[in-house]
Write a protein that binds this ligand. Structure first.
Ligand SMILES: NC(=O)c1ccc[n+]([C@@H]2O[C@H](COP(=O)([O-])OP(=O)(O)OC[C@H]3O[C@@H](n4cnc5c(N)ncnc54)[C@H](OP(=O)(O)O)[C@@H]3O)[C@@H](O)[C@H]2O)c1
Length: 290
């Protein structure tokens, strides 16, 4: 069984990735049956099983959990302020950690220790923040937002990647890094979100550097660049730009769902396209095409 570390999987895209890798969701984002060691006489479990077992979007039941892209995974996942959903938290194959990625001490204490003790095969740097820093604000405020965004989005994922790479090189083993950036890395964002775009551009450049030097040592790295995906983060954009903004540039009349990003991540995690190491995978509803 393979081991994946997914940051920021309490909700949104990270949650969809964790559920997909664990076989808790199928490729259409539908919930599948839950594996739990909780004793059958436990009321909570009985209620959970009754609610969750195997109903897909078409209303079919008795759907069994399927491994993602042919592999079975156990997942180590992180959260910061939100709780993990119960179905994830209670899954046998899931271990949750609380860590604030803006705090170097916490990352080292929790995640460096994890990488030293139980090195994952796959690292998905997904956790991220989307905050505005208007050009009209004073320098101190503007820079404090820049520092926070760079620390959470770029610095923490770079540091985790460094530890992951070094541990694999030491062990002589193979690893896969998947960095969740954004289309903002490629087409920029409005001036208020320039720091966010710069942090994601940094992730893409960092990923290419990893790929150039470490692919031959067995560690491959990919960037995933999503457009608007229906999560809390995109809802923040709805608040600012209005509902129509989410699909106005899209080739679809609908916003992309997190499970499509999860499918892409599961595919990259399979190791079937190692020679695409360093590449960026754009998933943005056709809002730009490369
Ligand atoms: N949604 C989009 O439209 C979109 C588009 C392009 C790229 N992306 C990228 O995709 C990734 C996931 O986005 P999402 O839409 O799923 O976002 P989301 O719904 O806002 O979820 C963000 C996740 O990151 C975690 N997180 C936030 N700050 C953290 C911190 N300081 N320390 C540790 N974890 C932290 C959150 O944990 P808690 O909730 O526990 O605090 C949560 O699990 C991000 O990197 C984002 O930039 C999203």
């Amino acid at each position: 069984m393979r081991h994946a570390l997914v940051t920021g999987c309490s909700r949104g895209i990270g949650l969809a990735i964790a559920e997909r890798l664990l076989g808790l969701a199928d490729g259409a984002g539908s919930a599948l049956s839950v594996t739990s060691s909780t004793p059958a006489h436990d009321d909570t479990h009985t209620e959970k099983a009754g609610r969750d077992i195997a109903t897909d979007k078409a209303g079919r039941d008795n759907v069994k959990a399927k491994p993602a892209a042919g592999f079975s995974y156990r997942v180590s996942g992180t959260r910061c302020r939100s709780d993990f959903p119960p179905d994830l938290d209670r899954h046998d194959g899931f271990t949750g950690y609380t860590v604030d990625l803006s705090d170097h001490g916490q990352i080292e204490r929790v995640l460096k220790a994890l990488l030293n003790r139980d090195l994952p095969d796959v690292l998905v740097n997904n956790a991220g923040i989307f905050e505005d820093a208007d050009f009209g604000t004073d320098d101190r405020t503007w820079l404090s937002v820049w520092d926070r965004i760079m620390t959470v989005n770029l610095r923490s994922s770079a540091l985790l990647s460094k530890w992951f790479v070094n541990a694999h090189v030491r062990a002589g083993s193979e690893g896969i890094i998947i960095n969740i950036a954004s289309r903002a890395a490629y087409r920029g964002d409005t001036q208020e979100y320039a720091a966010y775009a710069a942090s994601k551009g940094g992730m893409a450049a960092f990923t290419k550097s990893l790929a150039r030097d470490f692919s031959r040592k067995g560690i491959v790295a990919y960037t995933v660049a999503p457009g608007f995906i229906e999560t809390d983060m995109a809802r923040e954009s709805v608040r600012i730009y209005g509902e129509a903004a989410l699909t106005s540039g899209s080739a679809f009349d609908e916003i992309t769902q997190p499970h499509e990003v999860a499918n892409l991540v599961a595919f990259l995690a399979s190791g079937e396209v190692r020679h695409m190491s360093g590449s960026t995978f754009h998933i943005n509803g056709g809002s730009y095409m490369v």
